[in-house]
Design a protein around this ligand. Structure first.
Ligand code: GLC
Length: 560
């Protein structure tokens, strides 16, 4: 049976600014990544999702691109990129790039031309409108807070931006825009990259009639709810708030047609993969026509994980998927709190770190965010000077206008600025966690937890570390087809404390049993199983029917 490679590989998300600093300037780079490929291979990773590596003024740390067919000078050159890709392919690793189609940087030459005059040929490449009653064209908000429109003095009109004002939205209804972007897509495919993660893909089109929203909520309410895991108003589902506030600004019907066109471009090459930053199954088309996969973000939005919640979320999401498509489960990424802080911050930290690791690895597809394998924690910025996520800048302005004092704002940003999960990778126990040489100021501070054993070198030496746990279960997944692409079947759907499921493939069946509770729970398993891994039972032991799962046990077995 032929399988898609993306069903087999464990993906690892590299945030290039923070992963490995090859030239010792305090900023991660491509030569640094190349040096660490042996480590990733040792870990068992076989797919890389690289966050944006393109030239950028870095206002949104690379998600504001100023040239789609080159490499950010801080990270290296196109030749370095080619070397990295070859080194990855030599190790049998795939590489997918982050593709930001919705907007460019305001420094991109397309936007510079567009804003230079109303009759510039590129004027219509972006979304320009006249103001209304001395203000913006309508009441739409940017998802990062404040109006979605910024006034341009030079030409006397407003331009639209769903994200920061430094990220103007492209006008995808202009065929020249599509042509230019598809050319960029082909550029990277021609170089041999294996696919793309499509950034903020639902935001490509907005209602051209600019209807006013009638929401009582603001973008800040939504931001805080999403990033602090704090519902703004008990009883009003988040999706409803988002729909009322941003409904005219994303997931317009045209975007699905565009996905089909993009799929055609990508299908012109062999075996390439598209995963969209969305949880809307319409992006999957009929299973063969649009994207191959989308993310299950609901897991990341939970305050805490329980067996019941995970089961409900995964199964209801999975049920909507057309045949042949693939769920990318995730517990975090460069926008979300780190798992160690968000889900494992209370009691039984060590056990929760293992349980959450096993959960994402064995549910279905996943990307593992850099540093999760050693249990890196959120960093709380201590002053405004440390903030690099410029959403923090917008947040500060809006909170100051609300009369909140600076110290309180910094405290809030400590919790919700996305800098929290973007600090440098912790490689060893020396100064700067071995990311950059001692004395170098890294672009974001290194988290002090590297001194408490949360670093690669210390954990490599300790067989009982989280890193070894990850390596063991990744290898297990790599060696068992059922654990990669086997069909999910819940064995005990009413159990509130444990999630026990089969992964069934034509060749083999495996059991995954996860005890989410601090109690011993007895579980009924199929008649005869061999333990492949357990946090409690010796590998190789045979289990017959009933087992007692120890608190927070992770058990993987082969049904024989
Ligand atoms: C996506 C990215 C986020 C970025 C935004 C704008 O949501 O994950 O980091 O700020 O798009 O590009």
């Amino acid at each position: 049976m032929t399988r898609n490679w993306w069903e087999e590989v464990v993906f690892y998300q590299i945030y290039p600014r923070s992963f490995a600093d090859g030239n010792g300037d305090g900023i991660g780079d491509i030569p640094g990544i190349i040096e660490k490929l042996d480590y990733l291979q040792w870990l068992g990773v076989k797919g890389i999702w690289l966050s944006p590596h393109y030239p950028s003024p870095q206002v949104d740390v690379g998600y504001d691109i100023s040239d789609y067919t080159d490499v950010e000078p801080d990270y290296g050159t196109l030749a370095d990129f080619g070397r990295m890709l070859a080194e990855m392919h030599n190790r049998d690793m795939k590489l997918i790039l982050d593709l930001v189609l919705n907007h460019t940087s305001d420094q991109h030459q397309w936007f510079q031309a567009s804003k230079s005059s109303r009759d510039n040929p590129k004027r219509d490449w972006y979304i320009w409108r006249d103001g209304m009653d001395g203000g913006p064209p309508n009441n739409w908000e940017s998802t990062f807070g404040g109006p979605a429109w910024t006034y341009d003095e030079g030409t006397g009109q407003y331009y639209y931006h769903y994200f920061l004002k430094e990220q103007p939205d492209l006008n995808w209804r202009n065929p020249e825009v599509k042509e230019a972007m598809f050319a960029a897509v082909r550029f990277w495919l021609d170089l041999g990259v294996d696919g793309f993660r499509l950034d903020a893909i639902g935001t490509i089109y907005e209602d051209p009639d600019l209807p006013l929203h009638e929401s009582q909520y603001t973008a800040l309410d939504v931001l805080r709810a999403g990033w602090l895991h704090d519902e703004p108003d008990e009883g009003v589902p988040m999706q409803e708030i988002v729909r009322d506030l941003f409904g005219y600004q994303h997931d317009l019907p045209e975007v699905f047609d565009l996905m089909a066109e993009l799929r055609e471009v990508v299908d012109g090459y062999e075996d390439r993969f598209l995963v969209g930053e969305t949880s809307d199954v319409r992006f999957l088309g009929d299973g063969t026509s649009h994207l191959h996969s989308i993310f299950n973000f609901d897991l990341t939005f939970q305050k805490e994980l329980t067996a019941t919640r995970v089961r409900q979320i995964y199964e209801s999401f999975r049920a909507k998927f057309p045949a042949g498509t693939w769920v990318s489960n995730t517990l975090n990424n460069h926008d979300q709190s780190r798992v160690a802080t968000h889900f494992c911050g209370g009691e039984r930290k060590a056990e929760w770190r293992q349980l959450t690791g096993a959960l994402v690895l064995f549910l279905e597809g996943l990307p593992l965010y850099y540093g999760e394998e050693i249990g890196m924690e959120d960093y709380a910025v201590r002053s405004f000077d440390e903030v690099r996520d410029m959403v923090g800048g917008v947040y500060r302005e809006l909170r100051l206008a609300d009369g909140v004092d600076e110290a309180q704002i910094v405290k809030e940003l400590g919790k919700m600025s996305r800098d929290r999960c973007r600090t440098p990778m912790q490689w060893d126990g020396t100064a700067n966690a071995g990311f950059s040489p001692a004395g170098v100021k890294t672009w974001l501070p290194v988290h002090a937890c590297y001194e408490d054993g949360i670093n690669v070198e210390a954990q490599k030496e300790d067989d009982d570390s989280l890193l070894h746990f990850y390596r063991t279960i990744i290898q297990l997944r790599n060696e068992h087809v059922a654990l990669q692409s086997g069909r999910f079947r819940d064995l005990d759907p009413d159990n509130e404390r444990t999630l026990i499921f089969l992964r069934e493939s034509p060749e083999q069946t495996c059991i995954v049993a996860l005890n989410f509770s601090d109690e011993v729970v007895s579980a009924e398993l199929p008649a005869s199983n061999k333990v492949l891994f357990s946090t409690n039972i010796q590998t190789g032991n045979m289990l017959m029917g009933n087992v007692e799962l120890s608190p927070f046990e992770v058990l993987i077995a082969d049904v024989i």
